[in-house]
Design a protein around this ligand. Structure first.
Ligand SMILES: [Zn+2]
Length: 302
């Protein structure tokens, strides 16, 4: 796996950029300023965004994968056989209580979108967004006003739910009272447990995920933010754009193909605090006022 990924990176950077000479062999390293200019001047109109927990931690949502601050460390009180069991479908069928206790904490509307979510909304409003692929199940993209059709919620959503027995569909809102009361929601028809459409370990990815097969070849810019690129198959999407396509990483650390040594000239990494990185891009775009306006409306509405 690692070997073929490294090979893919070599082909991506060397193959397309003339590693062995040729007119494109001296391609200039792109910068955040170049990316901003290309967005501003409408050369990037089909932007795909990939995001993970790092865009939601600034909203106060616990990151389940960071040791120390992570949710897994706070799970002892649930008396689980091991931490990941909370998201395992077989364990859920055996005992749904820990998941619903957690769901109460994670439940959307307990948290507010932050600048990164509103930036994606603004990309959409301005006609630059092709799609957003998120690993997050907090629904903050929707709360920021990104339309559901622009979203691929790769690990599912609380917005919809399904009876685990008769497969009847429910709206997330219909479970809200039960979840907030700490009661396991039950189907009105068969009394089976209703599970929010969060993708558990041992479950298939939502069909929507496979939209990537058409989205990624069409993308003209890939923005990756707030993700460790460690969970497959999500992580591999970073290599699914055409080799000539610019990729911008806004993240606390270099991850995935950005951490593999010699960078591609069209890969740009803005390493550090994610909100600050996005803010820097927004300032270069000259969109700060519009973003502030969106954010203040969002705050009033909630
Ligand atoms: Zn049912």
């Amino acid at each position: 796996m690692y070997k073929s990924d490294a090979l893919a990176a070599f082909i991506r950077c060397g193959g397309s950029r003339g590693l062995f000479g040729g007119p494109r062999g001296t391609a200039r390293q792109q910068t955040l300023e170049d990316i901003a200019a290309n967005i501003r001047e409408n050369r990037f109109k089909r932007i795909v965004v990939m995001a993970g927990a790092g865009i939601s931690t600034p909203s106060g949502i616990p990151d389940f994968r960071s040791p120390g601050s992570g949710l897994y460390d706070n799970l002892q009180r649930y008396n689980l056989p091991y931490a990941e069991a909370i998201f395992e479908i077989n364990y859920f069928h055996h005992n749904p209580d820990p998941f619903f206790t957690l769901a109460k904490e994670l439940y959307p509307r307990n948290y507010k979108p932050n600048l990164t979510h509103y930036f994606i909304r603004l990309l959409h409003d301005k006609g630059h967004l092709l799609r957003m692929y998120t690993q997050n199940i907090d629904g903050l993209e929707r709360l920021a006003g990104v339309p559901p059709k622009m979203l691929v919620e790769a690990h599912g959503t609380f917005a919809t739910a399904t009876c685990t027995v008769c497969r009847r569909d429910y709206k997330g809102e219909e479970l809200r009272n039960d979840i907030m009361k700490g009661t396991v929601p039950r189907c009105s028809v068969c009394k089976g447990v209703i599970k929010p459409d969060i993708v558990f370990f041992g479950e298939e990815l939502p069909r929507q995920f496979f939209t990537y097969l058409t989205d990624f070849p069409m993308a003209d810019l890939l923005i990756i933010m707030g993700t460790s690129l460690e969970v497959e198959p999500f992580a591999s999407l970073a290599g699914a754009v055409r080799s000539s396509v610019s990729r911008l990483l806004i993240n606390r650390d270099l991850v995935g193909p950005f951490a593999w040594g010699s960078p591609c000239p069209n890969d740009v990494a803005e390493v550090g605090d994610v909100v600050s990185g996005v803010k820097k891009l927004v300032e270069l775009l000259g969109w700060m006022q519009e973003l502030d306006a969106l954010m203040s409306v969002g705050t009033e509405a909630s």
